[in-house]
Every structure is written in C-alpha cells, then in structure tokens.
Design a protein around this ligand. Sequence first.
Ligand code: NAD
Length: 261
Amino acid sequence: MYTDLTGKVAIVTGASKGIGAEIAERFGREGVNVVVNYNSDKDGADRVVANIIAAGSKAVAVQGDMSREESAQLLLDAAITHFGQLDIMVNNAGMEVPAPSHEMTLDNWQRIIDVNLTGYFLGARAALKYFVDNGIKGNIINLSSVHEQIPWPTFAHYAASKGGIKLLNQTLALEYAPLGIRVNAIGPGAINTPINKEKMNDPEKKAALEKIIPMGYAGEPDVVSNAAAWLASEQSSYVTGITLFVDGGMTLYPAFMNGNG
Ligand code: NAD
C-alpha cells in the first residue's frame, strides 16, 4: 500500500480490460478515485467501476476513442466534475494489427499510430495543461512496451508507435521536470491479457514465446499494476523520464543465454 495515494484522482485510458483494468482496480485499492475510460466495452468498464467502488474508492466509466482530439478533454472534465481534480494520467489504450510491412495498408498503419502514439500525446497534453494551469505536481504514466527497444517484424507500426512513446516520454519528462511534474513509462514484456489470448491458448506459440523470456513465463497483469502504483506514489518521487521494463528479462538479449554468441 502507498498511503500517499489515498484521495488522489487518476484517469486510466483503455481500462475496460487487460492491463488498464488491472491498473484502475489497483489504484482503487490504493484509495485513488478513477475515471475508467473505454472505447466500446461498456460492460467491461462497468465491472471495473463496480470493483473499485467495492474496494472503497470512487469511479466512473467514460466512453472515448483516445485517437480523437476531444476525448482526453472529456476525461479530464469528468475527473474534475466527479472528483474535483486530476493527479495521475495513465495512457494505456493500445492496439496491434500485424501485417507484413510490404502489404501493410495505410489505414492499418495510421490507426495504430493514431491510437498508440497520437492518443498518448493528446492524453498527456490535456493533463499537462491542467497541471501547469493549476500548479499541480502531477504524474503521467505511459504504457510503452519492450518494443520501444526490440524490433518486431510484421508489427512495424506498433514498434514505431512504441519507439515514438519512448522519446515522447523522455521529452515531456525533461520539459516539465522544473515544475515537479513527473513523466514515466512502463515497458511490459509478454503479459497475459486479451491482446495475447490467441498466443497463450496455442501450446506451440506459448512455448515459443516462453523461450524468449529469460524467466520462462508470461507475467500476469498485476506485475504491471505493481509498477504503476509505485510510479504514481511518492516512493518514486525522484524518478522521471524512465521506461521501467517489466518483462522477465526479455530486453536482455535472451538469444545469448547459456554463453551463446
Ligand atoms: P488489451 O487489448 O487487453 O487492452 C487494450 C485496451 O485498450 C482495451 O480495453 C481496448 O478496448 C482499449 N483501446 C483500444 N483502442 C482504443 C481507443 N481508440 N480508445 C480507447 N481505448 C482503446 O491490451 P493490454 O495487453 O491490456 O495492453 C495495454 C497496453 O499495454 C497497450 O498500450 C499495449 O500496447 C501495452 N503492452 C501490452 C503488452 C502485453 O503483453 N499484454 C506488452 C507490452 C505492452
């Protein structure tokens, strides 16, 4: 538990399932009031809201496609209307639609960049403006990926979006550090969420995935929410501009295990 989080207010984008839902619910257990954003899965968002309320905090579900310019402001307005303030912005909404790069349509490329990268800029921009205007030492957490560092064939748009998040994250951290606003990223490896469902349900694909994780298994979503709670708390008060990899060692060049190379 991070007692300094009690009474804080957070927005978590794409929080109807997966990592976003886990972060929103963990925040709820830490005493944080949460705006739970969803794009299409209202039932999922309602379940997350109910779990947060059951844990003793407040929550509200707000629809918004995070690639659209107006959505971030809508979420900020909801945070202020329902809970009076904003302290923590978590940019999490993301998607992946693999395709060989020579056959990738412009629509596919553009959608991933719009949601995964432009959406994060828009979320950060709305939160930063509010923090600056109100003199709040707020906190921004961006869900990046090991693929801000590891190239990923057939996921060129996804890897480009995550590489973009890396420098967006570092640039915003540098720009707003003098105001005490912290901006950090989390770089998950393979986490057991709906985005990986097909891989995790196929024994061959699962085994191939586990082979490139030095710790030998995919993480559950709580390994990521543990990192988010720490980054949101005062326990990380002197940390800004990092990507905290939560990846069982995936970024450590597993091909070199056992003295290979
Ligand atoms: P997920 O598919 O389970 O959840 C993604 C969420 O984002 C869903 O709720 C989805 O509805 C929402 N979303 C998608 N497009 C949206 C939009 N336009 N507006 C609002 N919401 C939208 O995926 P996840 O595994 O929970 O991933 C969460 C984040 O973590 C993503 O940014 C992803 O790239 C990143 N990540 C995940 C893994 C992993 O292994 N699961 C690894 C590295 C990074």
